[in-house]
Write a protein that binds this ligand. Structure first.
Ligand code: FES
Ligand code: FES
Length: 156
């Protein structure tokens, strides 16, 4: 099946099998390995990407269903060598341990902050529902998201 989509502002036209997931296409075919596969069954959020402005679990999303979509992965978040404020805040707050959950966490954080740059703790927790950190670094992740929101407001 021939599909076209935009990924991190670049257009792709691909010939895919109907069973291939968006995660498989992003990682294995296009070589963007920032998006992680952990559970592979929709439980952990490690594979989170944006599709048409909404977060989706790429391990559960068929690539063929993304024809015409605009997709953003962690590789598309920074502006060249300049980190996105969320990435900066995660580094500054020491929220990254093994890093395996991070691309999903950071994109889930973007989803929260796109809607409200000053979320309270409960809103942050709710927005991260579905993104698991096996290193259990949640307090620093929550701090980082709060800090990122302040950075985003300051940059406006
Ligand atoms: S790898 Fe997709 S939700 Fe865990
Ligand atoms: S930092 Fe290790 S899984 Fe979250």
């Amino acid at each position: 099946m021939q599909i076209t989509f935009k990924l991190n502002k670049k257009n792709y036209s691909l010939d895919l099998q109907g069973h291939e997931t968006l995660l498989e296409v992003i990682r294995n075919l296009l070589g963007l390995t920032g998006t992680k596969e952990a559970c592979g069954e929709g439980e952990c959020g490690a594979c989170t990407v944006f599709a048409n402005g909404k977060t989706v679990l790429s391990c559960l999303t068929l690539a063929c269903d993304c024809d015409g979509y605009d997709i953003l992965t962690i590789e598309g978040l920074s502006d060249g060598q300049t980190l996105h404020p969320i990435q900066e805040a995660f580094l500054e707050k020491g929220a990254v341990q093994c890093g395996f959950c991070m691309s999903g966490m950071i994109l889930a954080a973007k989803n929260i902050l796109d809607q409200n740059p000053l979320p309270n703790l409960e809103e942050i927790k709710k927005g991260l529902d579905g993104n698991l950190c096996r290193c259990a670094g949640y307090p620093k992740i929550f701090d980082a998201i709060e800090e990122a929101g302040k950075k985003i407001i300051k940059a406006k």
